[in-house]
Design a protein around this ligand. Structure first.
Ligand code: 25A
Ligand code: L14
Length: 334
């Protein structure tokens, strides 16, 4: 692969920073790195391969001479600036929700639908974090037994909501431990010692009673798997975890798979690690999955209430496989 000029839009955010770490760790052939952020980050710099690089303010002209731009600066920023990047011949890999359901934009998880990058027109979307870790597990099961329906509940870490949200969890935890009232600005209710069935933290709910995060899981799963026939319902919940999303998933299939067959399939699946030893009390845990690239699956069992369904527990690092790593993997395909 020839060396590329790579821009990172949102370089000072939690995901942007991880993107640069992943580029460095995976030895992505970077000719030059261009970190971009808002006016707020003017004067700051980032360190990449031991070199200090000043942040530039993101603008319409930021992408001249750039080959690949990785975006993680929020949906509004992506909507506004990605078209300028694409117009200048740069390929955008966008981590926001702005372009995911656009029929002209591929929505890609390399282990599932790498081929979809072929039809991009300058923008490729990185899916929602909770959706990514679920579909890497669904894919081998769908290929073997055809999934008809998925029921998922998530347990999502605060780092999904950015750096300020992580700070809020830590500050509220300290406050409660000191016997004080937890106060906060990011989440609609205290997150320390609590679970909040609302994601995102504002303007979450739509007319059907679902949150937008839940509908992302429904719609994006069908698009990535390339099968509108898979019925999906989701409940997404914020929990007081720093990093790593967990999911309880029930999967109905057209033909029956035993738990042993599913374990065998998943053990061979790319990007998936099976952790499933009940005698030893081994199953995926966020405290182990945080910082890792793989998606971990365990508690694999046959649903006793249904003739052909499985229950399982899926955990991954929401900032890595859920965001920065998957984005860089897409860039590697390019
Ligand atoms: O708009 P959305 O879609 O709801 O997304 C909201 C946020 O979700 C995060 C990301 O926050 C995003 O901004 N996010 C998006 N996808 C994510 C994913 N898959 C995800 N999080 C997890 N998983 P973030 O805090 O991680 O990163 C924000 C980055 O985007 C830059 N940015 C924002 N607006 C921009 C922009 N860059 C260019 N143009 C714009 N209009 C942002 O740069 C950061 O790099 P920054 O300079 O604005 O922020 C630098 C530091 O300032 C702090 N900060 C953030 N907001 C404010 C702030 N300080 C003061 N006032 C604020 N309002 C941050 O802590 C940051 O470190
Ligand atoms: O659609 O945990 O990428 O708040 C990123 C942040 C979904 C929610 C996305 C979180 C969002 C996620």
């Amino acid at each position: 692969m020839s060396e590329k000029v790579v821009a990172v839009a949102g370089a000072t955010g939690l995901v942007g920073r991880q993107m640069m770490c992943v580029l460095e760790e995976r030895n992505f052939p970077v000719k030059a790195l261009k970190p971009l952020a808002s006016e707020r980050s003017k004067g700051k710099s980032v360190t990449f391969k031991g070199e200090e690089i000043p942040i530039e303010v993101l603008g319409e002209d930021s992408f001249k001479g750039v080959d690949i731009a990785l975006f993680s600066a929020g949906g509004g920023t992506s909507k506004q600036f990605a078209p300028f990047a694409a117009k200048d011949g740069c390929v955008v890999v966008d981590n926001s929700s702005a372009w995911r359901m656009d029929p002209k934009v591929p929505l890609v998880v390399p282990e599932v639908n790498a081929k979809d990058i072929e039809w991009h027109e300058g923008i490729i979307a990185n899916p929602n974090c909770s959706t990514i870790q679920m579909v890497v597990v669904l894919k081998p099961i769908h290929d073997a037994a055809k999934i008809t329906r998925v029921v998922v509940s998530t347990y999502q870490a605060v780092s999904g909501a950015g750096k300020a949200a992580v700070d809020e969890l830590l500050a509220q935890t300290k406050a409660v431990m000191a016997g004080e009232e937890p106060v906060g600005e990011i989440f609609p209710h205290p997150i320390a010692f609590n679970c909040i069935p609302q994601i995102p933290q504002s303007k979450a709910f739509i007319d059907n009673g679902y949150s937008t995060e839940e509908m992302k899981m429904v719609n994006e799963t069908k698009k990535i798997m390339g099968d509108d026939g898979i019925r999906v319902t989701a409940t997404t919940v914020r929990v007081p975890v720093h990093t790593g999303h967990s999911e309880s998933v029930n999967i109905e299939t057209a033909s029956k798979l035993t738990a042993a067959q599913a374990r065998e399939l998943l053990a061979k699946a790319p990007g998936v690690v099976v952790q499933d030893d009940l005698d030893a009390e081994v199953y995926p845990l966020v405290i182990h999955a945080a910082g890792k690239d793989e998606t971990f699956v365990g508690r694999i069992r046959e649903d006793i209430s249904h003739p052909s369904a499985l229950d399982l527990w899926i955990v991954a690092d929401n900032l890595l496989k859920g965001a920065a790593l998957n984005t860089v993997q897409i860039a590697e395909l390019l």
